[in-house]
Design a protein around this ligand. Structure first.
Ligand SMILES: [Zn+2]
Length: 193
């Protein structure tokens, strides 16, 4: 049996069970790690980060090339985990240039979700990710929508308008748009059922 450190052919008795290094080398290594612990940890961390940067770049590139496939894959696994019905295919998804609710441009492939990332929205949340019940909106609009009920949105909006803070005017506008959108969908959902 050849030790993978000193490359000397030794008897199996010279190895700790399951290790590829001989006892002698193993001991040396342990001593080295004892005295160079910080250094080795730093080196390992650096390598992990390098790999992460590489995979992130790869991921961004594949999202840019095929954003709909990426979106489907993401939603499908989420639906499976939560037991939500899913029957979408590539043809069921269209990514518009702008968010249909907020009117902000939809930007594909930034690697991590930004307010402008396209996001798949269930028009009626009671139904799953099924044909005819989805559309692509901005991540920002989807977050606001999923967090709040119409009543909550109105209360926040009223509060913001009362305070009349100029830097919140834009956010207030967002809430207006979302709440109109939620109302409209509610109506169509009621009409359907
Ligand atoms: Zn050895």
């Amino acid at each position: 049996m050849i030790c993978n450190r000193c490359k000397v052919d030794k008897s199996p008795d010279d190895f700790i069970h399951g290790k590829l290094k001989c006892r002698e080398c193993y001991k040396k290594c342990q001593e080295y790690y004892k005295t160079h612990r910080e250094q080795e940890i730093a080196r390992a961390k650096k390598n992990i980060n390098k790999d992460r940067v590489k995979t992130n770049a790869k991921k961004r590139e594949s999202i840019r090339k095929n954003p709909i496939a990426y979106m489907l894959w993401n939603v499908k696994s989420r639906a499976k985990k939560r037991g939500i019905p899913f029957n979408l295919t590539h043809k069921d998804i269209v990514i518009p240039e702008k968010c249909p609710i907020l009117g902000i441009p939809l930007i594909i492939g930034t690697g991590h979700p930004s307010p402008n990332s396209p996001s798949l929205d269930r028009i009626n949340p009671q139904y799953g990710y099924v044909k005819g019940n989805v559309q692509v909106i901005s991540h920002r609009a989807n977050t606001i929508k999923s967090d709040a009920t119409t009543i909550e949105l109105r209360r926040v909006l009223e509060h913001m308008e009362k305070q009349q803070l100029p830097d919140l005017a834009k956010e207030a506008k967002n809430f207006h748009k979302i709440s109109r959108y939620v109302d409209k969908n509610k109506k169509t959902c009621e009409e359907q059922s």
